[in-house]
Design a protein. Sequence first.
Length: 616
Amino acid sequence: MDPIAQDKTPKRFWLLPPVAAFMVFLPALRAQFTNWDDPAYITANPLIRSLSPSALWAMLTTAHRGLYKPLVMFSFALEYAAAGLNPFLYHLDNLLLHAANAALAFLVLRRFTKEKTALLAALIFAIHPLRAESVVWLPERKDLLCGFFLFSSLLLYCRHRDGKKGMLWTSAAAYALSLLANAKAVLFPVVIALLCIADKKPARKVLAETALFALPGVALALLNIALLSGGNGAPSVGGIFANTPLAAQGFNIYALKTVFPYPLSALYPYPQGALPFIYYFAPLISLGILYALWRAAKLSAAACGGAIFYLLMLLPLLDWFPIQPGVAMEHLTYLAGPGAGLVIAEMFFMLHDSVRETARKTLTALMACALIALAGAAFARSLVWHDSVSLWSDRLTHYPDSYLAFSNRGQAYLADGDTQRALDDINHALALRPNFRMALLLKANILYSKHDVDGAQKALETALAIKGLALPGQDVWGTEAQLQALDGRIYMERGDIPAAMAHFDAALEADPAQLVALTGKAQIYLAENRADAALASVGHALELSPRSAGIENLLGSLYAQRGDWQNAKSAFAKTLALDPSFTEAYKNMAVVCAQTGDSAAAARYAAIYEHKKAGQ
């Protein structure tokens, strides 16, 4: 694994990997937020709403969704402060990070192989369609930040090998930062140990340098193991040996999709019921893949290094202890990508350099076609992640019996206002899985919006009766709270205020950040002329969602009830700035303007209100 003599690759070609990475995933810049984890990470995440000292401390001391990743939360908080909930900046930053990682991959790989080989390997990593999930799915900022600091750490360690002073500690610091984004690279210290051995350092030096990286790695790994909730819908959590078929199947999927990335899916689900027969053959197939890697490693020292790096980055992420919602997820190949690219590039150039000139031209043309095909597939794959409807529609083409996909697409249709399509998809999901709490909640929301209060309450009662079956593989963040909050709304509409308050309190006990419950309590307090209590609830809601037109409108109503017309006018004006289609706010502005003596403005807002009301 020693650095080798460099060849004469023109410098202008060194920019190919980052430029190709940016161009191939360019559709990401037009992508929206999706309903798969984006709410938990960004659109409904109270952790990223502020950059105050207390908020930064919360990011540093809070495990988010069972994982410790403060660097990811901080990056989202910076974007939220700069652009609110405009998805463009979030996607742009993901794209830039991936381009930077492609450049770092080339700079690292050229230390261990010829520049033309490193260029091809980095290019394969940059444009492979398996990267789409990490680049376009915003919650996978984890992969991109972890990769950026991990590849930087390896590059800095290479400079330490060159004799540059201070690089060892700088490399260790970069590795520590990668762990603060995600602890996926927990086996990276093994890479450091192997490089020390390759440099023939004494055992004491090997142990010292390896320990410098291993201590933070082990600490973060143990922390995340302690935080993770096991199972998550997996067929078995019976230990490493019991889950070997699952881990082997996942490894096979990753390896085979690296060579032939079609078809791809947002999730490769666990089998329902007993494991299919093919799973018990999966370890044998894995052994065959490992044998092929071993043969490649025997032919080239660089390929050996690439194979080792690939395995070290991938093996901890297999389902030895199932925690993912599926047997495989494409973003888990991100850190291993440069290793796979290096093995492929080494094998290609070994074959290329061993044949005659005419055959070389044919091989070069075939590789060019393969790269174009990879780029085209990656471009098309990034379009799939444009929004929730396109994402889950694609999933249903591969897994038409996916209740999760039907439910999530129904949720997307509901958010777009297409209640009929939403209800059709939700009913499909419930036909496939009747005890699906999230689908029952969505159905209750749809029926409630259609003023079918009895139907909505029946769906809610069914969901609330299901305990411990929230949903394997589904993001159920706050589901119990959402069920209780909607039930509170229904009781409030029926005029049963004590029952409504009881359900709102139950919702807030399950999730103190439940906005529907907070605003529901505020409305009850408002009706009871308890302005101070109402303002406290609305103030908390605004801290959690400072760009909510509905909450601002409620705040304005509270100020108006207290006779604080100036603050009421400011709140209603902000409501209309956030959502110009908010009809009720025009009526409220007309009343406030009349109260403050601005009759012309009152008449203007009243006319707008009447016009919008007539058009509804």
